[in-house]
Write a protein that binds this ligand. Structure first.
Ligand code: CA
Ligand code: CA
Ligand code: CA
Ligand code: CA
Length: 360
């Protein structure tokens, strides 16, 4: 059996040692051959820089920055976004450079009052909001210091309509707290046409003095009935009962009033609020500080007539003397201005004039 196995193994090992030896010699030679002074080394290194290596500079991809986002109707004008204050649709919002010399972008608010503008790069900007006629801005930076709930637009001054300068740092991709409070002009609600309220309606002779309108007790004519304010400081209306004892006084507007009845000496008032039926009782105080007056009552805004204010009189005649009518003053006649005389222009015929001069 041939024992050649070690040779076969030894042969490549000799080759490996040979290669290693050559590499060591080469390395030593190269090391010895390199110049050792810094200047000489730099010179050598310069010879290997014919082909500079391009290192990729990581240029920042311009990330657009989203700016926003709300224009709202600051109904109470306090500069804060309160519950129930809606966004305002269709308002123009613009992005400007900080110097206000370059319009960068523009948009209008959505149906809910939101907006979004895109700043191309970080930097200094301003947001501008264009008002509609009649609207005005609320004060900025209120809302108890909550930037997400305040307004950021200058309402007046050199920067009116603009925010202050907004600096967007390079690491910012979105700002959503740039809001605008607008008090939107509202067509004034037409004031309620004052509907006169009829208040009445019966003054009667309370024959048995029980304060109740009994069968057989009839109305008193020509009794003077007045309508006063609750404080009894202002007289609104005076009326007289008709022959049947019915009256109507007219309150100009809803409010608090009193009925007053003026009676001559010898006539007194029935006891008030007897019997539990307001349509059949008397409502005038027969004594006390409100003698002759009803208690004050409120006419609500939906009331157009109330007819339960009745007055029982004791010792009243069937009718008081009819008051003498107040003489209506005849209005003074406005003097008719005398007509301005019209001047007829006199036309001079120049030829006739010249002829007259030459006439012998
Ligand atoms: Ca508010
Ligand atoms: Ca804000
Ligand atoms: Ca009675
Ligand atoms: Ca009554």
């Amino acid at each position: 059996m041939r024992q050649n196995t070690p040779q076969q193994i030894r042969s490549p090992r000799i080759f490996q040692w040979t290669i290693a030896g050559l590499l060591c010699v080469g390395l030593v030679g190269l090391t010895l051959g390199l110049p050792h002074s810094p200047a000489a080394r730099a010179d050598v290194e310069a010879q290997f820089t014919f082909f500079p290596i391009n290192t990729a500079t990581s240029t920042r991809t311009p990330t657009p920055i989203n700016l926003g986002n709300f224009v709202w109707d600051d109904i109470d004008g306090d500069g804060a976004q309160d519950a129930g204050e809606p966004g305002v649709a269709g308002i123009q919002v613009q992005l400007w450079n900080s110097a206000k010399s370059l319009l960068v972008a523009a948009t209008t608010t959505s149906g809910t009052g939101s907006y979004a503008l895109v700043a191309p790069t970080p930097g200094n900007y301003r947001i501008r909001v264009i008002l509609n006629a009649g609207d005005f801005f609320t004060a900025k930076d209120l809302a108890a210091g909550d930037d997400t709930k305040d307004s950021d637009i200058n309402p007046s001054g050199l920067d009116a309509g603009f925010t202050d300068i907004i600096s967007i740092a390079s690491n910012v991709i979105s700002m959503t707290s740039i809001d605008a409070g607008i008090v939107v002009f509202k067509t004034p609600t037409p004031t309620r046409t004052p509907t006169p309220i009829n208040i009445g309606n019966f003054v009667w002779g309370d024959t048995n003095g029980n304060g109740i309108q009994d069968a057989g007790e009839t109305g008193v004519g020509a009794a003077q009935v007045q309508l006063w304010n609750a404080a009894k400081t202002e007289l609104f209306y005076t009326a007289y009962t008709n022959a049947s004892g019915a009256y109507t006084v007219i309150a100009p507007t809803p409010g608090d009033y009193r009925i007053r009845v003026v009676v001559p000496i010898g006539v007194s008032f029935s006891p008030k609020d007897q019997g539990g039926d307001d349509l059949k009782d008397s409502d005038i105080n027969p004594s006390g500080t409100n003698l002759g007056f009803s208690d004050s009552f409120t006419i609500a805004s939906n009331v157009i007539s109330t007819t339960s204010w009745d007055v029982g009189l004791i010792n009243a005649p069937a009718s008081f003397p009819t008051p003498s009518p107040t003489l209506t003053r005849t209005p003074t006649q406005t003097p008719t201005p005398s007509p301005t005389p019209t001047l007829t222009p006199i036309v001079l015929d120049q030829r006739l004039y010249l002829q007259s001069l030459h006439r012998p």
